[in-house]
Design a protein around this ligand. Structure first.
Ligand SMILES: [Zn+2]
Length: 295
């Protein structure tokens, strides 16, 4: 870059907003919201969904990649991920999850996950992460203060709720969609306390949020106590995340939605006087947002 150009560039950036390494311009309203929260040493609640994991190559499993054939019928994910299906065909539900978990295991945390680790390191107890993702990527990236409101693939618990608590998922070896379910698998997935099936520690479509398994009350409390709710890559298809967005909206808590698409959170953010829809993906937008919030 030539001398004259180098002098002109900062003035141009100041006029349009701060330019970050990714080359994007931080919008003025977003900057003002983040700087206000930083100056007040505010509390931040980050809420993440499938979008941040998609950038690591994990599909949502709500579409075709989640379809599953049992006998002569093709099931959609909203039928597979149910207590009702598990009670009928625990072996097939497990086979489906072991295939999904195999996809998660080969994925790596991305710049979006890492930006939230940086934010936690700088804010300490002023930071809470609430995630809908069961893939464990936040944990593997190094996040500690995490509520996994839809569960975590790393754990199993007794399907009969005998009081075993959550334990590590047994090592089931390498799996793909074609791996058969064996007698040995059945033995590994047996509750050591009562002999019932072990189940994935995940919230199913026909089940309710609770505090004991999914920290639902803690997540809502953290939202109510926040000075900024930072929503990343979620479409608001499930109930508890939407409640968190509404708490932010109705209590006039600053609300920033990071998402390449329009969604119910971006709509709330647009209607809020202290809201902003930061259009884009987590890897592109979060590093700059974290710098402004905590540098
Ligand atoms: Zn048991």
């Amino acid at each position: 870059m030539g001398g004259a150009h180098a002098l002109a560039a900062p003035a141009l950036a100041a006029a349009r907003g701060t330019r970050y390494q990714s080359g994007m311009v931080m919008e003025e309203k977003l900057k003002a919201i983040l700087e206000e929260v930083r100056a007040a040493r505010g509390r931040v609640l980050a809420l993440t969904g499938a979008g941040i994991s998609a950038e690591s190559g994990i599909p949502t499993f709500r579409g075709r990649e989640g379809y599953w054939v049992v006998g002569s019928r093709n099931y959609v994910p909203q039928e597979m991920a149910t207590k009702e299906m598990f009670d009928r065909r625990p072996d097939e539900v497990w086979r489906w999850y072991l295939y999904r978990f195999g996809v998660c295991r080969t994925a790596e945390p991305n710049a979006g996950h890492r930006a939230l680790v940086t934010l936690e390191a700088r804010l300490g107890e002023r930071f809470t992460l609430v995630t809908q993702n069961i893939d464990g990527l936040h944990r593997r990236a190094g996040s500690k203060r995490v509520y996994t409101i839809h569960g975590d693939a790393a754990w199993v618990r007794c399907a009969d709720e005998c009081g075993l608590g959550r334990i590590d998922q047994p090592d089931m070896g390498r799996r793909d969609a074609a791996t058969p379910f064996t007698r040995e698998d059945r033995a590994r997935l047996t509750c050591p306390r009562c002999g019932a099936w072990l189940r994935p520690h995940v919230l199913w479509f026909d089940e309710c949020y609770d505090e004991e398994n999914y920290s639902a009350d803690s997540a809502l409390r953290a939202a109510g106590a926040a000075d900024l709710v930072l929503v990343v890559g979620t479409s608001g298809a499930t109930n508890l995340p939407m409640q968190i967005g509404e708490i932010a909206f109705f209590r006039r808590i600053a609300l920033v939605d990071v998402n390449p698409e329009e969604n119910p959170f971006s709509e709330l953010a647009r209607r809020s006087p202290r809201g902003f829809h930061a259009r884009g993906g987590a890897c592109e937008r979060l590093p700059g947002i974290v710098e402004l919030l905590s540098a």
